[in-house]
Design a protein around this ligand. Structure first.
Ligand SMILES: [Zn+2]
Ligand SMILES: [Zn+2]
Length: 334
């Protein structure tokens, strides 16, 4: 198994004649990737885990970066060589981010670890040990470990991220919003609900500065706060926040439905996060259906959102199931 705690830094290139170390755990290596021949592992298990996690995607991209012969016609320290290496590393960082995100959306946190670890290592290599550019990589690794329940490690990673943000006044709203969201989720996981509320409120503030008060990102912050109020038994405030969220999504989905036929193949923010959106809508539907005094209009509004989401995905079976549900009166959404 990969240890969640393996985020120490090893050099991206290992010069000839030096010892080689495992890509995942940094113990002495005994196995080499036969395809790229520049990546090493302590054993076959770690090689397999890395292959599934990220190496399959980046194996060949590592060859020019790690092979000492690549830029042999040029001096290894010349500016041009450095620029090429930085550009390649930036490309790798983006690939790792997107691979980790897609694993998160499938709930595969263990598989996301190698990509998140590599992203941090590569970011440190390019940007240095304590720069603002490391924060997204810390947050990515924290998210993977949060999914695995390694809360002590999440605490460490987020304090490193917090420290960097404190020292970097140039950090924008997006970084602040993401950091507060992660800190809120950590406090929620450890049961410190008041601290979680504080961070989620900050998350909403920075998200709304960056994306606007009605954006899906800001709305995600309201949803997180509502979950806490629901856990604290403060049902009326939870309900009013959920209702805010439901109305924003109803509006977004209605607009999306209107332009659906014209923009069929457009890559879509909504569907890159569709699992999260569906989960959110289901939570709100369940909350409302279990409420002692049911608000039928709110039930219908959320159910209508789910129906629109499934319709946009072409899942007609789910649409017909929910629209025929006897407990939901859809005429209330009109
Ligand atoms: Zn290993
Ligand atoms: Zn390889």
């Amino acid at each position: 198994m990969i240890s969640g705690a393996t985020c120490s830094v090893v050099a991206l290139a290992s010069p000839k004649g030096t010892d080689t170390f495992c890509e995942l755990c940094q113990r002495r290596a005994h196995v080499q990737c036969s395809r790229c021949q520049v990546t090493f592992y302590c054993d076959a298990e770690h090689q397999r885990a890395d292959w599934v996690g990220i190496h399959e995607r980046i194996c060949q991209l590592l060859v020019p970066l790690r092979s000492p012969t690549l830029f042999s016609s040029q001096h290894p320290d010349c500016i041009e060589t450095q620029i090429k290496k930085v550009r390649m590393s930036m490309e790798l960082i983006e690939i790792c981010k997107s691979v980790a995100q897609s694993k998160f959306s499938e709930g595969k946190y263990q598989e996301a670890l190698p990509a998140a670890q590599f992203c941090l290592r590569c970011s440190m290599d390019v940007h240095g040990p304590s720069t603002a550019q490391l924060v997204p990589a810390y947050l990515l690794l924290a998210e993977a470990n949060m999914g695995l329940g390694n809360l002590d490690l999440v605490t460490q990673l987020l304090s490193q991220a917090e420290w960097v943000v404190l020292k970097s006044p140039e950090c924008g709203h997006t970084i602040h919003h993401q950091l507060h969201k992660s800190l809120g989720l950590l406090h929620m996981a450890t049961g410190n609900l008041e601290a979680a509320l504080f961070h989620f409120a900050n998350n909403i503030y920075f998200a709304s500065e960056e994306y606007g008060p009605d954006s899906p990102v800001t709305c995600g912050g309201y949803f997180l706060m509502a979950n806490i109020f629901a856990r604290q038994g403060k049902m009326s405030i939870a309900r009013s926040l959920y209702s805010e969220v439901a109305q924003t999504w109803h509006c977004l989905l209605t607009k999306r439905l209107e332009t659906h036929s014209q923009k069929a193949n457009e890559p879509d923010f909504l569907f890159s996060q569709r699992a999260e959106v569906e989960e959110m809508l289901r939570t709100m539907l369940e909350f409302e259906q279990n409420a002692s005094r049911k608000d039928s209009a709110q039930v219908a509004l959320v159910a209508h959102c789910l129906a629109m989401l499934w319709f946009l995905e072409g899942d007609s079976a789910k649409v017909s199931h929910i629209t025929k549900s006897p407990s939901i009166n859809f005429t209330l959404t009109q």
